[in-house]
Design a protein. Structure first.
Length: 272
């Protein structure tokens, strides 16, 4: 499988083209990994996420499948990379992991047809669509702070160009303990369907991302935890949670909250 990785080495950004995560410019040795920094494998101008796309998550939240996918946007400023630190603000307690697969658009897509949607897909990468649910009561519809706060959009480390998403296992770990485990066959709508649907309203261009949803058991994590998302034949995305240092300004804008609604989403079936 052809793969792409973006790194920063000697203060220069390099785009590496390889085969099965092997690149002639670098090795995967521990010493070599210290020589460079992982960058997000693409620089999207548009990031669209589907709300619910795994049957297990739908069932956990006791939701009825909608007639069509519903979406929200993430700002590009939230993008983070493999091994990047994810910040949880000091006053917050409901920072949830969400292991996902991200479709990478390969060329301009507008009003495309489902039967040739694959022609517009560059490939796929791993995503962890962290959610800061302390702001869920305020941002229920827009998800601006919930999903758009800095560092919450983790993607990488590589793009698999001809990776087949069908019947692939997706597993999330917190401190090496399995916390989410599913298979892409549990998706309600295929990546091609999502791309086709969105292209009727939004012009998507090369490098833009569509996050395809998370399975059941998204839960809050604490500072110090290491979260990994492993996708079969696509790699492992790893990020560490850190405590934010800047307090949110009291009396200015929305503040973190704790409510039954927030807990029902953040804790899922664990909310008693």
């Amino acid at each position: 499988m052809k793969t792409i990785r973006r790194i920063k080495i000697n203060d220069k950004v390099k785009i590496l083209n390889g085969e099965n995560f092997s690149y002639k410019e670098i090795s995967n040795s521990e010493s070599d990994l210290l020589r460079y920094k992982f960058l997000p494998p693409v620089e999207p101008k548009v990031i669209v996420c589907v709300h619910l796309n795994y049957r297990s998550r739908l069932n956990e939240l006791e939701r009825v499948q909608p007639e069509a996918p519903t979406y929200f946007l993430k700002p590009t400023s939230c993008i983070n990379s493999h091994l990047g630190e994810v910040i949880r603000p000091p006053e917050c307690q409901f920072l949830n992991y969400e292991g996902e697969i991200a479709l990478v658009v390969g060329k301009k897509a507008k009003n495309i047809e489902l039967n040739n949607a694959s022609e517009y897909i560059m490939g796929y990468t791993i995503a962890n669509d962290f959610g800061l649910h302390d702001f869920r009561d305020t941002d229920e519809n827009s998800m601006v702070r919930v999903k758009g706060s800095d560092t919450l959009g983790c993607i990488g480390p590589d793009i698999g160009l001809n990776w087949d998403y069908r019947n692939k296992n997706i597993t999330t770990y917190v401190d090496d303990k399995i916390v989410q485990k599913s298979n892409t066959d549990d998706m309600l709508w295929s990546p091609e369907y999502l791309l086709t649907d969105l292209s009727k309203s939004i012009t998507l261009n090369k490098g833009d991302l569509i996050l395809t949803g998370t399975p059941a058991n998204s839960r809050p994590v604490e500072p110090g935890s290491v979260v990994k998302v492993e996708v079969e034949n696509l790699g492992v995305l790893e990020n560490k949670i850190v405590e934010g240092k800047l307090l949110l300004s009291e009396g200015l804008g929305a503040m973190p909250k704790d409510s039954n609604h927030i807990r029902s989403i953040s804790l899922g079936s664990d909310n008693k």
